[in-house]
Design a protein around this ligand. Structure first.
Ligand SMILES: [Zn+2]
Length: 69
């Protein structure tokens, strides 16, 4: 799995809605781009995806929100 790191937590919008952490209501996240390997994709039955995911890690409580594609 390849992970690309950004330096600072940032605010995120999903479909024009600001993303907030469901756990602590924080609104800044570290952004990670993850390349899913085929074993993981098959395990989660994600063969129809482009096998890449974006995850946002809450900068406060570190809860992770995953988005495919
Ligand atoms: Zn949080």
């Amino acid at each position: 799995m390849k992970v690309f790191k950004k330096r600072e937590p940032q605010t995120v919008e999903i479909k024009n809605n600001p993303l907030t952490c469901p756990v602590c209501s924080n609104n800044t996240f570290w952004v990670r781009k993850a390349q899913l390997n085929s074993a993981i994709s098959t395990f989660f039955k994600l063969d129809w995806t482009d096998k890449s995911a974006t995850c946002f890690v809450c900068s406060d409580c570190t809860h992770i929100l995953w988005f495919l594609g």
